[in-house]
Design a binder for this molecule. Structure first.
Ligand SMILES: O=C(O)CCC(=O)C(=O)O
Length: 271
């Protein structure tokens, strides 16, 4: 997908970009089915805490799954998908390295948000806030009522102070001026790309239906921390070092996304 000059300008100025629609109906159904399967298989855990960073919340639930590619051929194929990498290359340049994947599932009524943070405030990530980009996928329709992603435009270059988030068992958080926050309202299958310095959060889900978001994080090679460059779990996705996943996974992963979508849908329909 070639971004228009207007989209590129907007990303440069605001440090985020919404593309909606991005995934088609089959892709969305496969992602929804895979989130349910991973949840049933115990790959999500409640990271919400009661305000001391330690005590498991009895009232709020923020289910997180990290490193889904290890348990899911569908999720492993996703960051190698060419329509995503075309956008990533235009936003941060090449070579692009896979940083990590994660998903947050917010159950109906008691789903809680992930507080404000900048991804590059986590020390193992990018050395340049503009050298990394996250793609946040609305797995279900993402609205203000169900706590969609919120971003603060144009702030990726400002390094905000972070402290341990008392409402999570491991996250850090910052306290930006929320009056500038923009809710990313997306249909299921729409995506938000944002630079790693962009302050962002999600909010609680007060609706009667669960909502999930998947985030895939990409880093330009010359901004990746040494940890990312040295570890085998961070394949090069573009550029001369890219091996289509064969070096890291022993099999060709690039180009298998559509097959994996169909395989996931066949499993759901019992074929
Ligand atoms: O979906 C969420 O609750 C938070 C996602 C997020 O902040 C991230 O992936 O960095």
């Amino acid at each position: 997908m070639k971004l228009t000059p207007g989209q590129l300008e907007s990303f440069k100025a605001n440090h985020f970009l919404l593309l909606d629609p991005f995934f088609d109906g089959d892709e969305v159904s496969a992602l929804q089915a895979e989130m349910s399967r991973l949840k049933d298989a115990g790959h999500f855990r409640n990271v919400a805490r009661d305000g001391d960073g330690k005590t498991l919340s009895q009232t709020h639930v923020n289910l997180q799954s990290f490193g889904m590619y290890e348990h899911s051929p569908l999720m492993r194929a996703l960051p190698f998908e060419s329509k995503i990498l075309e956008v990533v290359s235009q936003l941060i340049g090449d070579p692009a390295v896979f940083q990590h994947d994660q998903a947050f599932l917010k159950p109906a009524r008691q789903g809680s948000g992930t507080n404000w943070h900048q991804d590059n405030a986590y020390e193992t990530t990018t050395t340049d806030p503009f050298g990394g980009v996250a793609m946040w996928i609305a797995v279900h329709d993402a609205t203000v009522a169900n706590g969609t992603l919120h971003v603060i435009p144009g702030m990726a270059g400002e390094k905000l102070k972070h402290v341990r988030d008392p409402q999570s068992d491991h996250h850090i958080r910052c306290y930006p001026d929320e009056s500038r926050a923009v809710p990313c309202v997306l249909k299921a299958g729409g995506v938000a790309f944002f630079n790693h310095g962009t302050p962002h959060c999600t909010r609680g889900n007060s609706t009667d239906r669960e909502r999930a978001g998947i985030a895939i994080h990409f880093v330009r090679e010359n901004c990746a921390s040494l940890i990312l460059k040295s570890a085998g779990a961070h394949p090069y996705l573009t550029g001369p070092m890219a091996s289509d996943g064969t070096k890291e996974f022993g099999v060709r992963v690039a180009g298998t996304w559509r097959e994996e979508v169909e395989r996931t849908l066949d499993l759901v329909s019992g074929e």
